[in-house]
Unconditional design. Structure first.
Ligand code: ADP
Ligand code: ADP
Ligand code: ZN
Length: 219
């Protein structure tokens, strides 16, 4: 099974991808996570990506297409994957199509998690993750059960992203509408586009996503 989660920055793609990957035995492929790892490692790609990520812009198509082309060849991607944060431009969507076509693979569902712009600032400025295991949290919407302690691994080492500040949010939203939203018709024409209301509580969004995934799995 190959799924794409689409939607604005802070829309809940990463949160939902983590839930779906365990239930369906898929691997989450987040270009944002891969790029942040490249920045942290100081690699050539990381050096090129750092400033543009911090400013809220998009990294070049060539770089992210290269990263995904390598990643989907890895053995663990054979069990199926959930793309989170890729594709983000029409050129990326077309490149993905070509990569999958060459391997006789296809996208089973591209699901838009729709959240209006006015809710995004709070989503992004309240976001943090566990520095040990990567579990995602929010200051108001997804607090750890025990304050200051990760539910999954017990760590009290949390971190916030450098780009998760009010200043970059508008730029990231503008980029989403100008460059990413135009890929929705691409998947609509293929008949693989689905829509979920991302303003609902996290568990309800998960339930609706699973309904869609179960539907395409049998269909
Ligand atoms: P994305 O991967 O699309 O950028 P995230 O999954 O990181 O978004 O979610 C952004 C923030 O909003 C996180 O702090 C997360 O805990 C929170 N969040 C995710 N889904 C919901 C939801 N349905 N309702 C409220 N908060 C949510
Ligand atoms: P969010 O869902 O909050 O926007 P991501 O973790 O998906 O965050 O991405 C963080 C940053 O990494 C983006 O703002 C962008 O600079 C870069 N990035 C991630 N994925 C892509 C992509 N597919 N194409 C171009 N840039 C990307
Ligand atoms: Zn943890």
């Amino acid at each position: 099974m190959h799924l794409i989660l689409l939607g604005p920055p802070g829309g809940g793609k990463g949160t939902q991808a983590k839930k779906l990957q365990d239930d369906y035995g898929l691997v989450q492929l987040s270009t944002g996570d891969m790029l942040r790892a490249a920045v942290a490692s100081g690699s050539e790609i990381g050096k090129k990506a750092k400033a543009v990520m911090e400013s809220g812009g998009l990294v070049s198509d060539d770089i992210v297409i290269g990263i995904i082309a390598d990643r989907i060849k890895q053995p663990d991607a054979k069990k199926g994957f959930i793309l989170d944060g890729f594709p983000r431009t029409v050129a990326q969507a077309e490149a993905l199509d070509k990569m999958l076509g060459e391997r006789s693979l296809k996208i089973h569902a591209a699901i838009e998690i729709r959240v209006p712009d006015h809710l995004i600032v709070e989503r992004i400025t309240g976001r943090y993750t566990c520095g040990q295991c990567g579990a995602g949290y929010h200051d108001s919407f997804q607090k750890p059960k025990v304050a200051g302690k990760c539910d999954s691994c017990g760590s009290s080492d949390f971190k916030r992203r450098a780009d998760d500040n009010a200043a970059t949010v508008q730029q990231r939203l503008d980029g989403y509408h100008a460059q990413t939203a135009p890929i929705l018709p691409f998947y609509e024409k293929k008949g693989t586009l689905h829509l979920v209301d991302g303003t609902l509580p996290i568990d309800e969004v998960t339930r609706r996503l699973k309904n869609i995934v179960d539907g395409v799995a049998v269909g």
